[in-house]
Design a protein around this ligand. Structure first.
Ligand code: CA
Ligand code: CA
Ligand code: CA
Length: 326
């Protein structure tokens, strides 16, 4: 990150020298990704911001004269400011200033209410959920009651929300903070869970991580997990698991203030995931190229392709050495 600011610093100086916003400047937010296939094949059609609720199409961004300085921002949620330019055929925002927005919230309608009224919009469920007039401190008036799954009936008992976009295919290595309040209406059954998982059409298919809680008091739970995943393989989401029951009984778990925030990203070149590119990472890449690495995982194979041309070879090592020596 520090490295990137250095690369763009000449432009930042220009911006500062001009004293504040320049006429014609545009500010946009979004996740940086490769642009969809384009006829242009020019510097304006390499990197794009993904579609968002505010911006329904991919928005091209570039950095002149070298758009590749944006590579380390792939997968990051950023705010960019710049001017629209035309490259050869296509237009793009020429980025003058770029800032990573770290605590990007992935959950919408996290508090299950709107203007004091119960609201379940954006949430799906496998069985039965209902608004409950019971909320934790700072949680407004309402929470979500998720009925426990019952082996004799509806199973499993989940509410869930998708937090990724299945149209977007980018390998992500992101650090997520999952948090929220939980409370069991009655505690004579097993733990309830708040977590992340692959989501199928009818609920959670496979759990990636979760926080377990049993108890009849409101409890704030929070945990951090690093997820490595290729979006578009599956949909990923947050799930609220009301626990499980046997026999003719019902029970609920209440959830409120559910949050999934991006609190960090891992980068190409950072094979050991410590946040910077050092000679240790280069040693990893060398061992992957030589085939002597012990079972590199998907993240390491992805991170080893530093110039993201689809191959891991000597060019990646040269680029990484340059990035270290500046
Ligand atoms: Ca609430
Ligand atoms: Ca590293
Ligand atoms: Ca490469």
């Amino acid at each position: 990150m520090v490295l990137m600011m250095k690369v763009l610093s000449n432009k930042l100086l220009l911006l500062t020298a001009a004293g504040g916003m320049l006429i014609g400047q545009v500010t946009m937010e979004g996740i940086v990704n490769w642009c969809p296939d384009s006829l242009c094949m020019d510097d304006c059609s390499v990197f794009c911001l993904e579609p968002s609720p505010d911006q329904l199409e991919f928005a091209s961004i570039t950095s002149q004269p070298d758009p590749w300085v944006l590579t380390p921002y792939l997968g990051e949620y950023v705010q960019v400011t710049g001017e629209m330019i035309t490259c050869f055929l296509c237009e793009a925002l020429d980025v003058l200033e770029i800032e990573i927005i770290d605590d990007f919230q992935l959950v919408t309608n996290s508090d299950f209410e709107q203007d004091g009224q119960p609201d379940l919009e954006n949430w799906d469920s496998t069985c039965f959920v209902q608004s409950v007039q019971d909320a934790p401190p700072g949680g407004g008036m309402w929470s979500l009651g998720v009925e426990a799954g019952n082996y004799q009936g509806c199973f499993p008992g989940f509410a869930w929300q998708i937090i990724t976009d299945p149209e977007v295919c980018v390998f992500r290595a992101i650090i997520l903070n999952v948090s929220g309040w939980m409370k069991q209406a009655s505690t004579n059954f097993g733990p309830s869970r708040l977590g992340l998982g692959f989501i199928s059409d009818n609920g959670v298919q496979s759990e990636l991580s979760a926080y377990e809680y049993s108890g009849g008091d409101w409890q704030y739970v929070t945990y951090v997990d690093t997820l490595f995943f290729e979006e578009c393989d599956y949909q990923y989401g947050v799930f609220l698991d009301g626990g499980n029951l046997t026999g003719p009984a019902t029970n609920h778990t209440y959830f409120d203030q559910i949050s999934v925030q991006i609190v960090g990203n891992l980068h190409v070149g950072d094979l050991n995931g410590d946040g910077e590119i050092t000679v240790l990472d280069i040693v990893w890449v060398v061992s992957i190229i030589l085939g002597t690495a012990e079972e590199p995982d998907d993240y390491q194979l992805w991170a080893a392709d530093y110039n993201t041309d689809g191959f891991t070879n000597i060019l990646d090592i040269i680029s990484m050495i340059f990035s270290i020596t500046g």
